[in-house]
Design a protein around this ligand. Sequence first.
Ligand code: MN
Length: 269
Amino acid sequence: MPAKRPPDSAPLDAYRAKRSLERTPEPAGTIAPDGGGRLFVVHQHAARRLHFDLRLEMEGVLRSWAVPKGPSYDTAEKRLAVQVEDHPLEYGDFEGIIPAGNYGAGAVIVWDRGEWIPQGDPLEGLAKGKLLFELRGYKLHGMWTLVKIKKSEKDWLLIKERDGWATTEPEPLPEQSVLSGLTVEELAAGHTPATRIIAELDRLRAPARRVNARDVELMLAEARDDAFSKTGWVFEPKLDGYRVLATQDATAPGLRSRNGNDLTPAFPD
Ligand code: MN
């Protein structure tokens, strides 16, 4: 018999409280005394030239570097990182198209995002031209250094430090946005996360009708006498977690637990 599951919401309350604390937005245009938050974002930006923008939250803003070739897990690859203007914290959520005629016109995706952990005082490091930090993202992990090129105004190098994540033969990192699953090309072409799903539903000639999420029952695991197997299926052990129904209406996405609880605030990403 499986162990009795904890009530749906218990561990979520703590998580939710932590997230809402972390994610309280700074009022626009102000600079907090010490940032506090440690958000990092890597945008991929199809401007005149395709490049990456590494952004680190410091003093309530996103300090930013344009990295033409993007980060590499090879410690021998020193990637040029040109410091550019600070961006407001809210820009960490931006994914979309900067309209023609504006600076940086072109498509932008959130290529990676997470928490950065500076080793030592980051403001001192910034002033001295050497920042050592850990990244805890979806694609980027482990220790990294930003080191300023001597006698240069804005040119830095982004270098992977030796650790368990470093490798001399890095695999190409996934191209897709960690928010939408779209590549920067797909976003530029006007796709949305639903484009592929809609095409598949059309192909299957699914009937179009309004669905009320409250009327939808979640599929649950059930016991069978015989083990099931079939070519093309992959099996994995059932790990603890939440069975969740994801919904999308005209206004917003939502997540509901099997008991009908709203889990949306607990998983803002
Ligand atoms: Mn850019």
